[in-house]
Design a protein around this ligand. Structure first.
Ligand SMILES: NC(=O)c1ccc[n+]([C@@H]2O[C@H](COP(=O)([O-])OP(=O)(O)OC[C@H]3O[C@@H](n4cnc5c(N)ncnc54)[C@H](OP(=O)(O)O)[C@@H]3O)[C@@H](O)[C@H]2O)c1
Length: 214
């Protein structure tokens, strides 16, 4: 049974559903929420991710050891920030102008979107992870530890213990974890950067990250 075994996944779309499927397979308990009431997602969750609990964002967070943000970044201010105080939060969101709008606070090339999310989530500990690989690759490429060519997931966070906790989760979901540095460094995982979309092994990920040193 994994440590930190209860996850709240905020966002019941493409990414949220795939992460839920991987997490259930790895033995986690998963509470998943969309933007509204549990009723809105109950049937699809029952069909797509049997065993997960469809609920509201507030209720999911209340149960969770780890919260995963899998909603459109432009909606981050709808996250119930007061409920996330003290929680370890994985930010898997990206700025995607077609969804989030062109005139955006996320267009600043000097600030990572996860730093903006961290500023909003006062008292939470935000780590960026599970953001750079497409949902279909996440679903198809999950492998047991030690499998040759296993794909890697980058992690950026300011606290070593939290980074290690996220690394353990990433490993349990079927990927080699690679800690690339503090939260600000998560910038190199964002759209427009080479690691965005990467579904490569650990060695290649480290090579690309090194090429993108400040
Ligand atoms: N798709 C990918 O391959 C992929 C990979 C890595 C990262 N990401 C990132 O993950 C995020 C989600 O992408 P997606 O493709 O999964 O989008 P999506 O399919 O459009 O799903 C978004 C989900 O977020 C929900 N949502 C909106 N506001 C919410 C809130 N306040 N609390 C909880 N849920 C809320 C939506 O619910 P309603 O339908 O009720 O509005 C919907 O279920 C984006 O930031 C994206 O950049 C996506």
């Amino acid at each position: 049974m994994p440590a930190n075994k209860t996850l709240a996944i905020l966002g019941a779309g493409k990414l949220g559903v795939v992460l839920t499927q991987l997490a259930l397979r790895a033995g986690y308990d998963v509470y998943i929420a969309g933007s509204g009431s549990a009723d809105k997602i109950a049937l699809s969750i029952q069909v797509l991710t049997p065993g997960a609990i469809a609920t509201t964002a507030e209720d999911a967070v209340a149960h969770a050891d780890i919260v995963i943000l899998a909603l459109p970044l432009g909606k981050y201010r709808t996250i119930p920030a007061d409920k996330l105080r003290g929680k370890l939060v994985i930010d898997a969101m990206n700025y995607w102008w077609e969804v989030d709008g062109r005139e955006s606070e996320f267009a600043d090339p000097m600030t990572s979107s996860s730093e903006i999310v961290q500023d909003y989530l006062v008292g939470a500990r935000v780590v960026k992870a599970l953001s750079h690989m497409g949902y279909h690759h996440l679903l198809d490429e999950s492998r047991p530890a030690g499998t040759p060519g296993r794909k890697a997931i980058a992690i950026a966070g300011d606290n070593d213990t939290d980074n290690q906790t996220v690394a353990a989760l990433v490993n349990n979901l079927g990927f080699d974890p690679v800690i690339i540095g503090p939260l600000a460094r998560g910038k190199i995982l964002e759209p427009g950067h080479e690691l965005f979309g990467a579904h490569v092994d650990k060695k290649s990920l480290l090579t690309i990250a090194a090429k993108n040193e400040d």
